[in-house]
Design a protein around this ligand. Structure first.
Ligand SMILES: [Zn+2]
Length: 65
């Protein structure tokens, strides 16, 4: 795959979900950061995932009590 500093939405969404499982490399992080600055769709996905992750965490904490 040819390296480009600008990701497609497809590549960005792959990184967004990968970030849930593992640490991104600095190149991946910068690429994602740049993409989120120029894209109008992906920042919404990131926000929704953050909300989802937070409620999952809260649910897990409540379930463990
Ligand atoms: Zn995008």
């Amino acid at each position: 795959m040819r390296y480009s500093p600008f990701l497609s939405c497809r590549q960005a969404s792959r990184l967004i979900t990968a970030e849930l499982d593992r640490e991104l490399t600095s190149i991946e992080r910068i690429g994602l950061h740049l993409h989120l600055k120029i894209c109008s769709v992906c920042p919404t996905v990131v926000r929704q995932l953050a909300v989802l992750r937070r409620s999952m965490q809260e649910w897990r904490e409540t379930a463990e009590q």
